[in-house]
Design a protein around this ligand. Structure first.
Ligand code: DHB
Length: 306
């Protein structure tokens, strides 16, 4: 029987088009396994770098109406201490792609981390050139098409596995960045990472987050993310993974119609639960059947066709 929910993104075979977004529950083998057991089609780890990082002081996360702003500061144990977490999953042979999110402070850094990720069993790497608040990395690279191209080229010259580029919405023209990444050889594009934001406490009169600024995620950013996917799809042939505020099957279908081949789910896990992967997948399946589509691929980019 053909699985109408199966998708292939840059050679990665997913049983359904839902993925765990970077930064949420991707810190250990056990937590990623829990996500896989709850039906995710693929998982992405927390961003890993060359050296361990403690991250920022608390408060590092604050709730706002319908969303979350976080500034953790890329805390991670480094790629060198992550082999066992990956092995824990790979040895179960679950056929669920495991994507390692990587960050660095230069193209060389990105390539070194990506190479190590590939060596310890990553099925693909996702380049975090889009964290909105850590000096010397993230947006500081991802807002500049030349730097993005440099990072992608270096990583592509170093690893064989697919390279996914995660873009920031904090730019004038996200299509220009996507085009630079695609031309440099990115195999897929994730759109979008968090929107730079802040919250001020009216009693203390001060910003709440220790870092002042953080990244907004959740339902408030979904319309921005859908617009970015739509714009990129019009101009770039590289497969797109939609990310930003997906909590229901309707959200996921909206991203697919805009041009995404799959969607990542992050914040919704925090205020719903891990059942979100199954409810979104089931909802997409019912929608396809109700509308008479044979495959999820039939609705990718459908909103562009007249
Ligand atoms: C962090 C990293 C991100 O890429 C992001 O979008 C938000 C927060 C962090 O680790 O602080």
């Amino acid at each position: 029987m053909v699985n109408r929910l199966a998708v292939d993104i840059a050679g990665l075979k997913l049983k359904n088009p839902t993925m765990l977004a970077a930064g949420i529950l991707g810190m250990s083998g056990a937590s990623m396994l829990e996500v896989i057991r709850n039906g995710a089609g693929a998982v992405v780890t927390k961003s890993l770098g060359l050296k361990p990082r403690k991250g920022y002081a608390n408060p590092a996360i604050v709730q706002v109406p319908c969303g979350i702003i976080n500034a953790m500061g890329l805390p991670n144990p480094s790629i060198n201490s992550f082999g066992e977490e990956i092995l824990e999953i790979k040895q179960l042979k679950l056929d669920v792609p495991l994507i390692v999110s990587v960050y660095g402070f230069s193209a060389e850094d990105f390539a070194k981390v990506a190479q190590k990720a590939e060596k310890i069993g990553a099925d693909a790497v996702e380049l975090n050139v889009s964290c909105p608040h850590v000096e010397g990395t993230g947006c500081e690279i991802g807002q500049n098409p030349k730097l993005v191209a440099e990072v992608v080229k270096k990583v592509k010259a170093t690893v064989k596995k697919p390279v996914i580029l995660k873009l920031t919405p904090n730019v004038d023209d996200i299509v220009a960045i996507a085009e630079a990444g695609a031309k440099a050889g990115a195999d897929a594009i994730t759109a979008i990472n968090t929107v730079r934001a802040m919250k001020i406490d009216v009693e203390t009169t001060k910003p709440i987050l220790a870092n002042k600024f953080g990244g907004l995620s959740g339902p408030p950013i979904k319309p921005i993310a859908v617009r970015c996917v739509y714009e990129i799809y019009e101009r770039v042939k590289t497969p797109i993974i939609g990310c930003g505020g997906v909590a229901t099957w309707e959200d996921a279908v909206e991203f697919l119609l805009a041009g995404a081949s799959a969607v990542q789910i992050g914040s919704a896990i925090a205020w719903k639960d891990l059942g979100v992967f199954k409810s979104v997948t089931k909802g997409i399946d019912c929608y396809l059947r109700r509308k008479g589509f044979r495959s999820v691929k039939d609705i990718v980019g459908l909103s562009h066709r007249s």
